[in-house]
Design a protein around this ligand. Sequence first.
Ligand SMILES: Cc1cc2nc3c(=O)[nH]c(=O)nc-3n(C[C@H](O)[C@H](O)[C@H](O)COP(=O)(O)O)c2cc1C
Length: 102
Amino acid sequence: MRRYGENFFWFGDVPALAVITCRKPPAFLQMAMGDKAALLWGGELSAAMAAFALLLAAQTLDLGACCLTGPLSVWREMETRLDIPKHDTLVLLAALGHKKDA
Ligand SMILES: Cc1cc2nc3c(=O)[nH]c(=O)nc-3n(C[C@H](O)[C@H](O)[C@H](O)COP(=O)(O)O)c2cc1C
């Protein structure tokens, strides 16, 4: 587990880090739909689609890009440090930089 966890926190030195968030479902939807509210709301799905577009754009620019959800293992701390507003949720990070062999 410790070794696996090493994949979560290597991003400290990356040249650029995209922080991808989405709006949480509104309270009425959470009350009506319970744990399916987020799925119906589609925020995380939209964020994933945005991340995909970002990765494709990076590739077009010949940049290296890497999706990271490992940092969500400490999501509360990440959201505090990144100053994510209370009505939003952190979905993933995307590390961006020039490739070593570029
Ligand atoms: C949703 C998602 C989350 C990921 N989270 C991490 C992560 O936290 N740490 C990590 O080192 N790699 C993570 N990866 C893997 C890398 O983003 C990347 O896909 C992997 O290193 C393979 O890269 P390559 O396809 O360029 O060889 C994740 C991949 C995906 C799709």
